[in-house]
Write a protein that binds this ligand. Structure first.
Ligand code: 13P
Length: 293
């Protein structure tokens, strides 16, 4: 099916009681691993680039072309959206220009009036370009200098005002945070999610910070209207753990590994990249989107 915007498959997930994974990519191999996992599981998928990851990889245009070309050269048949994750106003404009198939405008750090005003401009611009658009109200917390916020609860009135502008899916904090969850995290506020769902019937909601939330809480959130779950850290941890194992093995068997030229990055990284794929497949099973392509 190739590259598509995401609104149809995310809405189908909302209506069908499952969620689509939005997986962040960090490089070429990462992108291949996500695509292989989505194809193996026969699921639609969003491959997303944060502003920082896109800069690291060489810019939005390169990211768009890389994903597009891989979808073609790998013979991927499932629907794939090329999505901007947490884009500010300028990044959102840039990705519309470059031709992503989906964008997130994150104005959550702005006063709500300004967030709404910018969203009001970007939503029709994205739709005119054939793209889906995600907006956010109430910021998603995370660790900063070792200090963890508990994760903000998005005001219901802000969510209603944003949803009235017509985005395709909406990120609204329910106690979720980016990065690893601290031991004393109090969990998702499903009662708050229920309030959001009651206020926005049928709206596909997005759960950010999907790494490390217990499966039963993710499944409960999906039942209450979450239709897209974002995952980044979990894949990074899987990659890092396997790479560390592999490097230890390399050290222990140096003469043999050197003889077999296992220093070639294509060989050196293989098991760690496979670990990303396994992690993505495992998340897809949890989200319930396998065989929904
Ligand atoms: P994690 O890194 O916590 O999985 O969060 C990813 C995310 O929400 C990207 O927007």
């Amino acid at each position: 099916m190739g590259i598509v915007s995401a609104e149809k498959f995310v809405k189908a997930a909302r209506d069908g009681g499952y969620a689509i994974g939005g997986f962040n990519t960090n490089n070429l191999e990462w992108t291949q691993a996500i695509l292989r996992a989505a194809e193996a599981k026969k699921t639609p998928v969003l491959i997303q680039t944060s502003m920082g990851a896109a800069k690291y990889m060489g810019g939005y245009k390169l990211c768009k072309l890389m994903i597009e070309e891989l979808v073609e050269s790998m013979g991927i048949t499932v629907p794939v959206a090329i999505h901007l994750d947490h884009g500010d106003y300028d990044a959102a404009k840039k990705c519309i220009e470059v031709g992503y198939s989906s964008i997130m405008f994150d104005g959550s750090m702005l006063p709500i009036e300004e967030n709404l005003a910018k969203a009001k401009e970007l939503i029709p611009a994205a739709h005119a370009a054939g793209m889906s658009i995600e907006c956010e109200v109430g910021s998603i917390g995370g660790s900063e200098d070792g200090i963890y916020g508990d994760g903000e609860l998005a005001p219901v009135e802000d969510a209603k005002a944003m949803w009235a502008l017509g985005p395709d899916f909406l990120a609204a904090g329910i106690g979720n945070i980016h990065g690893p969850y601290p031991a004393n995290w109090s969990g998702l506020h499903l009662d708050h999610l229920q309030k959001l769902t009651d206020a926005l019937p049928g709206a596909p909601l997005v759960l950010h910070g999907g790494s490390g939330i217990p499966d039963d809480q993710i499944k409960a959130a999906i039942k209450l209207g979450v239709a897209k779950v974002n995952v980044n850290t979990e894949c990074q941890l899987a990659f890092c753990a396997e790479l560390r194992n592999h490097v230890h093995e390399f050290d222990a068997n140096e003469a043999e590994y050197m003889k077999e030229k296992l220093f070639d990055p294509r060989k050196l990284l293989k098991s760690a990249v496979d670990a990303i794929q396994a992690s993505v497949e495992e998340r897809i099973d949890c989200f319930g989107s396998a065989n929904k392509a």
